[in-house]
Design a protein around this ligand. Structure first.
Ligand code: URA
Length: 291
């Protein structure tokens, strides 16, 4: 950048380059605008919120009203709401959409149109699945992280690379397994999904399992095991023991809870435990698929 005297006008290109390097990437207006005041709803205009199923439930802050972009000339296309209100009505809608899907493609379509989970609005992509939908083994993790959110695929970051090596150790890869998560949208900052978010997303992963019909399910980590095996036991107790996942239509699928690859990266001494669990999976598959 050439030196400019304090009173000279800065070179516009240099100024823009400075803004760009500082992360300023949108031109707004000269004067600040109080959008909160602008958007404050008049009582009669309040969003018709979905009534909480329990009227004794504590009140939630009112959802932000959506501005009608079509009423503003040259307005950018309307964005999705910043936050949806997670409640039982959304979980019921998720159940309805999930059970109406008769194929994985339909399920993916229904999930991408579903607006009832907050996490969707901070995530870049729906992380639906990777691998082979005809596989005998389905692995289910907790929720996508940053790399998965960017690519729209589960387990593609560091823990995914470890998972690939663990699979390779028992002769499997992404052409012979199917991989998904309990939560298909990245929680902001990789925070733990709330129980409510998990309940809202649960019907989707349950239907996904039902449609894939794996012979064996592998729960990667405590949240996957607790959600899909209906237990509150900790993963260190659960792991290594066969459990059962029962689908909505009553099909019982053997399930092996094991340690999450992200945990193994932090606690490499426990890799031997996961190795034992994966050997169990290999033996079970052999028993179930050999003539
Ligand atoms: N951790 C998970 O549980 N799932 C992913 O897809 C990535 C990391």
């Amino acid at each position: 950048m050439t030196a400019a005297s304090p009173n000279s006008r800065p070179d516009v290109a240099e100024l823009l380059a400075f803004y760009a390097s500082a992360g300023v990437d949108e031109a707004l207006e000269d004067a600040p605008v109080n959008r909160f005041a602008e958007a404050a709803p008049k009582p009669a205009e309040r969003m018709p919120s979905v009534a909480p199923s329990d009227s004794r439930a504590p009140e939630r802050p009112a959802a932000r009203p959506r501005l009608d972009a079509s009423a503003v000339p040259n307005a950018p296309p309307a964005r999705p709401p910043i936050s949806a209100v997670p409640d039982e009505a959304q979980a019921a809608l998720a159940r309805q959409l999930a059970s109406a899907a008769s194929t994985l493609d339909e399920l993916r379509q229904h999930m991408s149109t579903f607006d009832g989970c907050n996490l969707k609005f901070t995530a870049k992509n729906l992380v639906f699945a990777d691998g082979n939908p005809d596989a005998s083994v389905m692995l289910v993790g907790e929720a996508p992280g940053r790399d998965e959110d960017i690519e729209g695929l589960p387990f593609v970051g560091r823990s995914g690379r470890l998972l690939d090596r663990m699979l390779a150790a028992i002769g499997l890869d992404r052409t012979s397994v199917y991989i998904a998560n309990v939560i298909p949208w990245r929680p902001p900052g990789n925070r733990t999904p709330t129980p409510h978010e998990t309940e809202i997303c649960r019907p989707f992963i349950e239907r996904q399992i039902e449609l894939v019909k794996p012979k064996v399910l592998v729960n990667l980590g405590g949240p996957s095991a607790k959600t899909l095996l209906n237990t509150s036991e900790g993963i260190l107790r659960l792991r290594g023991n066969w459990r059962a996942h029962t689908t909505a239509s009553g099909v019982v699928i053997p399930a092996m809870p094991t340690l999450h690859p992200a945990y193994l990266l932090r606690t490499p001494a426990h890799k031997k435990l996961a190795w034992r669990d994966f050997l169990e999976v290999k033996a079970k598959l052999r028993a179930l698929t050999s003539p």
